[in-house]
Design a protein around this ligand. Structure first.
Ligand code: MG
Ligand code: MG
Length: 257
């Protein structure tokens, strides 16, 4: 399938959707406190998305191969959960010292944006803060590699090279992706790779870039709920994601807060 190029008008809509999504993630993150349930965070995200006339893109989404649609508006992944944690099926309350990834997508005037952040609950230890800081930085390093004429491999290479000295595991099974007309589009944007490999980027492509880093090994396992990925070794994981549009000289972040 050819990789879609979004028009100027579509990019303007994505920019407004991305701005809204950033505001919503910030508002939900502000409610991350010890004793708060993941369910409450999901309800807040859903309310904030829908009250402005937008649609949560994850709720009811059926990825290929899934046995059932995703049941929530927000993914909430705590500690060793990497991504796609389901916030509204089991009673789960956040504890001081946890780290929590909030990942959401919305549809604004028919167009999709996607963004994620990892935050601490109350006071977190130095190791957890470092994992969060390095993961956040690795996203900006990846985004800096984006421009027309660069490749998806250049993005992965930049992230991998930056992360390597820290010794964190880079999740390989899950990756960034095209976005805009759907939750997931081509191309696949891995967080590792070789320069010059993969898909050549063109101005107007819209990508979700999303490094996931584990304190321990890179290997993840899928839980029996069919969605939640955890680190196999039980180590903690962090995740940051922005939706960006490729430009001639670089990129614009559409979900910047
Ligand atoms: Mg996401
Ligand atoms: Mg994504």
């Amino acid at each position: 399938m050819p990789i879609s190029i979004k028009t100027k008008q579509e990019i303007a809509i994505l920019r407004e959707g991305g701005k809204r999504l950033a505001e919503i993630l910030r508002a939900v993150a502000a409610e991350v406190k010890a004793g708060v349930s993941t369910h409450a965070l999901n309800d807040l995200a859903e309310k904030l998305i829908t009250e402005r006339g937008d649609t949560p893109s994850f709720l009811g989404y059926s990825p290929s191969g899934a046995k059932r649609p995703f049941p929530a508006a927000l993914c909430v992944s705590v500690n060793d959960e990497v991504v796609h944690g389901i916030p509204n099926e089991t009673e789960k309350f956040l504890k001081e010292g946890d780290i929590v990834t909030l990942d959401a997508g919305l549809i604004h005037q028919g167009l999709f944006t996607d963004s994620a952040i990892t935050v601490g609950v109350g006071k977190i230890n130095e190791k957890a803060q470092k994992l969060i800081d390095v993961t956040k930085k690795s996203l900006s390093v990846g985004i800096k590699a984006v421009r027309a004429g660069a490749t998806t491999g250049d993005i992965g290479y930049a992230i991998e090279k930056f992360v390597k000295p820290f010794g964190y595991g880079i999740v390989r099974e899950l990756a960034g992706h095209g976005v805009g007309y759907a939750v997931h589009e081509e191309p696949f944007v891995p967080n590792f790779g070789k320069r010059g490999e993969g898909v050549v980027l063109k101005a107007g492509m819209v990508l979700a870039i999303e490094p996931m880093l584990n304190e321990g090994g890179a290997v993840v396992k899928l839980a029996s709920d069919g969605y939640t990925y955890r680190t196999r070794d039980g180590s903690r994981s962090a995740h940051f994601e922005h939706t960006v549009v490729v430009t001639e000289n670089g990129s614009d972040i559409l979900t910047a807060s």
